[in-house]
Design a protein around this ligand. Structure first.
Ligand SMILES: O=C1O[C@H](COP(=O)(O)O)[C@@H](O)[C@H](O)[C@H]1O
Length: 254
C-alpha cells in the first residue's frame, strides 16, 4: 500500500506529483462531480506551484472548478497571516491562477472564531469537522490528502509523542502546544486520515534524510509519518534524491 518515488531534482518531484494528482482527479471525476483534496502547509505550496501552475502541459489539465479543497491542518491565525496554511496556498497557487480561471471551492477555518473572545479552539475544530464532506449523516474521507513530512517526522499537526496520536474517535482536533510555532492549530486525526481514498507525501532535501531513514528503516519509529503508512490507505511518497542519503536503508524502497 506504500509506493515510493524518488527524483533527481525538485522540478521532477513537482511534475511527478502533479501528474499523480491529475490522475486521481480524473479517476474521481469519472464517477463524481467533485474532486475532494486536502492540502498541507510548509514546503508543499511551492511544489504545487511548480507542478500545477508553472508547468503548462500539466496546468491545463487541472479542473479547478471541480476541486473542493480542505486543509489537513491549519494554524489558528487570521487567513492573511504569514503563518496561515490557507494563506500560503492562496499566495502560491490561487493568486497565481489566470484571472479568468474558475476557482476551486476552498473550505477554510471559520476565521471569525479565531481570537474571538468567548470562542475556543475546540469550537474551531468542531466547526471544521462539521464542514467535512458527508454521505448522508456520515463524514466521508477525501479523494486525496497531500501531506508533508517534518524533520521530526510530524505530519499535519500530529507531532511525535503527542497525546493527539492516541485520538481514536474525533476527526478534527485542536492542539494548543505545537512544538513547532505557532502553537495553536487544528489537525486531521488518524481516524480521519484512515478514511482517505489516497494519501501522498512530499519530502525533499538533505534535511529530511535522517527522518526518512527512521520512517523507512528496519526498526519501527512510531513517528506520525510512519503511522500514516500503516493506516491501510494507499500511500505514495514523492522525494528527491537529496532526501535519500543512505542507499542501504531506504533506496531499495524507492
Ligand atoms: O507545520 C507544518 O509542517 C508540516 C511539514 O512542513 P514541511 O515544510 O517540513 O514540509 C506541514 O505539512 C504542515 O501542514 C504544517 O502545518
Amino acid at each position: 500500500m506504500v509506493k515510493t518515488y524518488s527524483y533527481a531534482d525538485s522540478q521532477d518531484v513537482a511534475e511527478a506529483l502533479a501528474r499523480y494528482i491529475i490522475q486521481i482527479q480524473n479517476k474521481t471525476l469519472n464517477h463524481s462531480d467533485k474532486f475532494k483534496i486536502a492540502i498541507s502547509g510548509g514546503s508543499l505550496g511551492k511544489v504545487l506551484q511548480k507542478g500545477l501552475i508553472q508547468s503548462p502541459e500539466l496546468a491545463k489539465q487541472v479542473k479547478w472548478h471541480q476541486w473542493e479543497v480542505y486543509f489537513s491542518d491549519e494554524r489558528l491565525v487570521k487567513l492573511d497571516h504569514p503563518d496561515s496554511n490557507y494563506g500560503l496556498f492562496n499566495q502560491l497557487v490561487l493568486q497565481a491562477l489566470p484571472s479568468s480561471a474558475p476557482r476551486p471551492n476552498v473550505v477554510t477555518i471559520k476565521e471569525a472564531l479565531v481570537n474571538e473572545t468567548g470562542s475556543t479552539d475546540e469550537e474551531i475544530a468542531k466547526d471544521y469537522e462539521q464542514r467535512l464532506p458527508r454521505d448522508g449523516l456520515e463524514v466521508v474521507g477525501l479523494d486525496l490528502v497531500l501531506l508533508g513530512c517534518g524533520p521530526d517526522g510530524h505530519t499535519c499537526s500530529l507531532f511525535p509523542g503527542h497525546d493527539l496520536l492516541k485520538e481514536n474517535e474525533k476527526l478534527i482536533v485542536y492542539i494548543a502546544d505545537s512544538p513547532k510555532p505557532p502553537p495553536r492549530r487544528i489537525t486531521f486525526t488518524f481516524p480521519y486520515l484512515k478514511k482517505s481514498k489516497n494519501i501522498a507525501f512530499v519530502a525533499e532535501g538533505a534535511g529530511k534524510a535522517p527522518v526518512l531513514k527512521q520512517i523507512f528503516g528496519e526498526e519501527k519509529s512510531g513517528l506520525p509519518c510512519e503511522l500514516v503508512n500503516e493506516l491501510g490507505v494507499p500511500v505514495s511518497w514523492f522525494v528527491n534524491d537529496a532526501a535519500i542519503d543512505d542507499v542501504d536503508v531506504i533506496a531499495s524502497k524507492f
